[in-house]
Design a protein. Sequence first.
Lengths: 104, 421
Amino acid sequence: MPVTTLNGHEIHVNEEGFLTDPTEWDEELAVALATQIGITMTDGHWSAIRFLRKDFDEVGETPTLRRVATVGGIPIKELFVMFPQKPAKKMAYVAGLPKPVGCV
Amino acid sequence: MKKLLVLGAGTAGTMIVNRLRKRLDVGEWDITVVDQDDVHHYQPGYLFLPFGTYSPEQVTRSRHSTLSDGVDFVIGEVDRVDAAANTLSLTDGRTFAYDYLVIASGTTPRPDQTPGMLDAEWRKSIFDFYTFEGSQALGEALKKFDHGRLVVHITDMPIKCPVAPLEFTFLADAWLRERGVRDGVEITYVTPLPGAFTKPICSNTLGYLLEERKIALETDYMVEHIDVEKKALISYDEREIPFDLLVTVPLNMGADFVARSGLGNDLNFVPVDKNTLQSKANPNIFAVGDASDIPASKAGSVAHFAVEVFTDNFLELIAGKPMTGSFDGHANCFIESGDGKALLIDFNYDTEPLTGKYPLPVVGPMTLLKETRANHLGKMGFRWIYWNILLPGHSMPVPTHMSMVGKKPANAANTNATPAK
């Protein structure tokens, strides 16, 4: 896996730039990752990202948008506004978690 | 007398009771399995019913006939589990005590969870194929369908047999070509995921399958409702996808009694340890097969490999020993690609599908991640194996844990470290 440096953080990433080791993540890095995809973090972004981190810790899997809405309490429409077009993928990227995948 | 109670006589539940009945002393252990009816469906067959490849009779059997002697079969609907009291009650008032409980009640498509899905167009221009009735109704609709927009749609993950919607798409494409009407049909594949293939090796190896068949792809699509007047899917970000024939995979949820019993997550799946399948809340409760929340595919092959680990672990547990088996999320599945060919994939929690041969490394006879006729024949032959080897609890000559021998992590994705777009 390639190692890259972002804002002074040395991180392991996969071919799409997603962190491969969630423990290398911190909130400062999240800001830098968000900037990479043109997102400025607001309180709304933070509550989504913090829910993703907490849920991943508990369940071992990146939550779906539906789960962010039903368990995390952030409506799906808002996720599409905050993380345009591809909220599931973009939230995972900023949260330093694996993107949602199918089995193929 | 000790009591093992299993909820659900589907793929996982049937294998569990049949395997354990052989290994638990009849004088010491009662084994009871509960299901709401006496019909066991060979669910992989639903994919083929719409195309007339299988007849309805070929995919059903009586549950009684699949259960070993010495297993008590109770027909009834579960009301709730009282995990503190170790009891189960049915809606007809019967109650059962247990020492150990296995929840194997699977996952169910829930069209009621998407506004508009069950309205006037349900089973007229909107169909599912994950139910016996739905798949037969779809078959009738397909016979009359010779032009227009065919949309194949997944509501949200997780779904049972995650590759089935792709297979359905490939089979429909081939079937429409055979009938000479493919040119008048637009096919669109709509997924909540970032792609039809989300793992780099699959995406590199199999990406051509959609392009070659002129199947349009709509990704990151979260349906909010179906506009019945317009006959269109409407997403949360207001993308509208019109259809003449919609084949949808409704939201999948675990059984409602799981929620009533306070044993489930937001989708009624039971949170368990992903390696032992033991409930995180109750050490004498397990969830095996689609009913659990493990991050593996909801599929019969996963249930099969998981049951093998579970049954060995269970014998250790009741002997007062630590459970030594660890399920690795192993799955393999055939992917029908139409025209009498299929692909085969083999993967687990940590390893992506790779190229190579299966079940014997190098020798095969089946080829991983490649369309071949042998793979298709394997899929067709599997129905016999299911009824005659798997359900009775005999061992299959394939390893429970995934083997890396002879597998080639070749042609991995290009490694441009670009951020998510």
